[in-house]
Design a binder for this molecule. Sequence first.
Ligand code: GLN
Length: 484
Amino acid sequence: MHNKTIAELTAGLKAGDFSSVELTRHYLNRINSLDEQLNSFITIVPDLALQQAKQADEQRAAGQATIINGIPLAQKDIFCTKDIKTSCGSKMLDPFISPYNATTIEKFNHSGAVMLGKTNMDEFAMGSSNETSWYGPVKNPWSLDTVPGGSSGGSAASVAARLTPAATGTDTGGSIRQPASFCGITGLKPTYGRVSRYGMIAFASSLDQAGPMTRTAEDAAIMLNVMAGFDSRDSTSVDEAVPDYTADLNAAMEGLKIGLPKEYFAEGLDDSVAKVIEAAVKEYEKMGAVVSEISLPNSHLSVPTYYIIAPSECSSNLSRMDGVRFGHRCEEPKNLNDLYIRSRGEGFGAEVKRRILIGTYALSEGFYDAYYVKAQKTRRLISDDFNQAFKEVDVIMGPAAPSTAFNLGEFSDDPITMYLSDIYTIAVNLAGLPGMSIPAGFVNNMPVGLQLIGKHFSEAKLLNIAHQFQQQTDWHKKVPALFV
Ligand code: GLN
């Protein structure tokens, strides 16, 4: 059962081959017996899941089933879930029980989906390896000595290990695409504003975006159909019509114009990863696509730009965790200052503190123009590069990450090298564009992701391009040996 996609499971539910309760039990059993090896879940909610499954079965019996009805899913622990712990991977929020649901959670509830639990993640989504989580690192199902990527590492690992058919993730600088690449699954970061951020704990508000993490592009389309749409409770949500993302999956690739940025194939990219990406692009040529080289001349500025903007926004967003209103509070504070200092000092981990310090510094009087304003200007240059490129091509392709998954502990004391693992994903967030990572091959038994970048609101096109690749190849069907 667990090797089926959402589309196949829905067909099985429809045909009466199994019920949602049976399906949900099956996944809960897998989580119980296998997740000890991975640590991909922070919270499992078996009672709620079985109750939702029962309700979904009743809806189906009454002829009221929607496409995702009765399908078990995992939610990244960054989404507020009513009456259930929402930790964001942090000791700071370990005691936090949300009084309300994020819009994304509400939408899945209304569609009859089942929530299995909340997945592990880097603390406040800051990280590329899932090693900054207060709940301990997640392991990569393809090799338990390696990281799953981050920050949506728990979601990626649980989908790859078939502990859930699909999961949600969020991507501020690559946190859907890089773990999707490392774990051999399909991940889509939608256009900024496509999916509501309401109730999604904020890291860097001008970059954060939620999206689906699935095994196939078709499943990502099904998930996005639920997630996308305007939300008046999110002031940056865009009021743009939501198409049926499954409608055009079969459009032909004939004449598709693919651009390969020369900067993405330069120094820093692992040779064997480059070969996998080149072979994937050839596959598109066979389908009739036309490939040309393009240039994104300011892409070398994206990591430094991001590491001013994201920490600046996080230093502001995280100021609300003060020991008064949310989460962790120190024992016996002597006065208000002591309460702030010790609650925050005890509640936040090292990476989060580093970012708050950088951001507070960058925003402080006298440095604001030199850092924050300058970063906003380079952000515009990076964005203009893409606008220029999209005059010539329909889609940009390249690697999602410079290497396959690295070893646990390999870079945990080396923040700069860790930051560089997002070198190909970050610019997409700075420009607010949609991007995907799809399984494209293996190097030494470890998955490699092909990144697809599209114009604003071109998710349907990206899903079509990804789906066509998955009709020609079976990389997305490979299962990690320990989790068959
Ligand atoms: N790895 C990047 C960071 O640590 C991106 C994280 C993300 O997308 N949430 O900021």
